[in-house]
Design a protein around this ligand. Structure first.
Ligand code: ADP
Ligand code: MG
Length: 301
């Protein structure tokens, strides 16, 4: 049986490869966070990366976006080698991301946070900026209009003037997605976007992910909510101990004994529930505590 999400979506696996990760390895002292990981993402594809906590998912994202330097391996994006390049350069090539733990400017307005996402694209000449020339004001206005369009797109336009820190958590998550989209990326990486969302917010997220995909943007999702993953993904890559243990359609992953084993093998009650969710039902998950994984917060560079 094919899920409705998959049969409706065009198949992106026939499209050219956009991201090619090969032999990616990251070690921290004695800990191998990612150990020889290889996978690819096709143009316009919706791909989920799943795996137990500590499997290396966030570390892999951090390498792809330049926040970590890989110990070994190669990362190619849109035909260029981006291995070990700086985050700003990788962003400029068309990779945008959100973080497992939100990274917004809490004291700036919603609108200014999204405008901040556009600065890699919009270049203003210092002369125009200092003298506030008409050209400068036009480009500022264009940036504001565009930021407003992205806020509408994610459904967060209602509070555009509010300080981000005063918004409910679910709305902050949408603002972070708007900021990433304002870069008009070829590929958007989302690290656990459903964590901490309630049932209604998760449904809105599913709809948003489909609309982002409809723009032609490749979406790569790290996510624990199996209902969401199974609904939205064209393909799923499963990591365990820093390596890929499975790669396939939601149907293939659901039936893969190695995947069920990876979750059941970990002595984590939540992981066991996840194994059941992968294999069977795709019901809603309990509300998660967004602060629970503060220990895995990424480092700044
Ligand atoms: N900056 C870091 N310093 C030391 N260890 C890290 C760092 N980032 C990740 N790790 C370790 O790498 C492993 C994989 O972590 P992570 O990539 O966050 O996994 P996941 O996102 O799949 O839960 C874990 O053992 C984690 O503790
Ligand atoms: Mg993580």
């Amino acid at each position: 049986m094919t899920s409705p999400a998959v049969s409706q979506a065009r198949s992106s696996t026939d499209e050219p490869v956009l991201l090619d990760v090969s032999g990616l390895t990251v070690t921290f002292g004695g800990v191998t966070a990612v150990g020889g990981l290889s996978f690819d993402v096709h143009e316009g594809e919706v791909l989920s990366v799943i795996g137990p906590n500590g499997a290396g998912k966030t570390s892999a994202f951090n390498c792809i976006t330049g926040f970590y330097k890989p110990t070994a391996g190669r990362i190619r994006f849109a035909g260029a080698d981006i291995t070990g390049k700086r985050p700003a350069l990788i962003a400029a090539r068309g990779v945008a991301r959100t973080f497992q733990n939100l990274r917004l400017f809490g004291e700036l307005s919603v609108l200014d946070n999204v405008r901040a996402g556009m600065h890699v694209r919009i270049r203003q000449n210092a002369f125009d900026a200092v003298l506030h020339t008409p050209r400068y004001r036009r480009s500022e206005q264009a940036a504001t209009d565009e930021a407003n369009r992205w806020l509408d797109f994610v459904g967060a336009a209602g509070n555009r003037g509010a300080e981000v820190r005063n918004l409910p958590y679910g709305e902050q998550r949408r603002v972070e997605i708007a900021r990433a989209l304002a870069r008009e990326p070829k590929m958007l990486l989302l690290d656990e976007p459903a964590a901490g969302l309630n049932h209604g917010e998760k449904a809105a997220l599913l709809d948003l992910l489909r609309r982002i995909s409809g723009l032609g943007t490749a979406v790569v999702l790290i996510e624990h909510d199996m209902g969401l993953v199974m609904e939205v993904s064209e393909r799923i890559v499963v990591l365990n101990f820093g390596k890929e243990i499975a790669d396939g359609t939601p149907e293939q992953i659901r039936a893969d004994p190695a995947v069920i084993e990876a979750y059941l093998g970990s002595d984590d009650a939540e992981a066991e529930q996840e194994a059941e969710r992968i294999a069977g039902s795709s019901g809603a998950q309990a509300h998660e505590d967004p602060t629970a994984d503060a220990a895995s917060q990424e480092e700044d560079r």
